[in-house]
Design a protein around this ligand. Sequence first.
Ligand code: ADP
Length: 289
Amino acid sequence: MLIQRKCNGQGKAIGAISFVSAESGRHYTQIDLTMAEELASRAALAIENAHLYSEAQNAIKIRDDFISIASHELRTPITSLKMYTQILQKQVARMGAESIGRSLAKMDAQLNKLTALIGDLLNISKIESGQLPFQEEMFDLNEVVKETVEQAQLSTIKHTIEVEGRIPLHVWGDKERIGQVMTNLLNNAVKYSPYANKVVVHLQSEEDVAAVSIQDFGIGIDKEQLSKIFERFYRVSDPEEKTYPGLGIGLYLSNEIIKRHGGNLTVASEKGRGSIFRFTSPYQRRTQP
Ligand code: ADP
């Protein structure tokens, strides 16, 4: 008996099962035939699913390899663009041409955004395979907040980014990765509040964690979307949101990074009123990275 399944209307044999009766002298009945056909059909379905699964896994691998190669290739010219921008900034500072200096600072801020975006892309495939490098250390979260706020401030003239509060202890984790989370949340806060003029970062110490909230007064997020925005590649798709550029990976990646630290990333938002993204960072090691 052939195992066969219809695929796009065309039956394609993918194997065979033989039923043999020997010494017993027993003959197969119609009921046996029906059962054998059912068995063959189920076996064929299982084999077909296994094929589809393996094809899907291959497609994911090809995608991840492509992202990884593309990110590396994109990084090289950006590094050299950044270097030339800095050389120009020094020359312009010597000449005293302030307005050109301001334009160059904006250019540098945009290059930083591009670098962060490429970093996110590269990390996304690594995180899936559990290969995201993780440096453990105790560090000053206030410093990370200060540096990332300064960078984000360079990318906007409309908003003032205020920092309130201070974290009294060093936190545990990967400083670079937490910086990446801050950059993503700050860039979003600026990007999704085009008519507001400030973003507020609140720092708070709780029992065994430091808590950082990034509050904007922008477009906000619909209730139904709140649980979805942390999904990979998810973007809110109403007509207004389509005008904001993005890939839908920043929050996914940030959430994964915070989870790996044993913290959590949450959001409170109201459409048209703004959003508060809040993450916690433990004072002591909580997870096996
Ligand atoms: P991206 O911003 O590149 O689209 P993210 O993963 O950072 O991707 O965010 C996912 C979605 O969540 C965004 O497309 C946007 O709709 C929504 N979002 C994120 N941050 C904010 C914010 N501060 N205000 C309003 N919407 C936001």
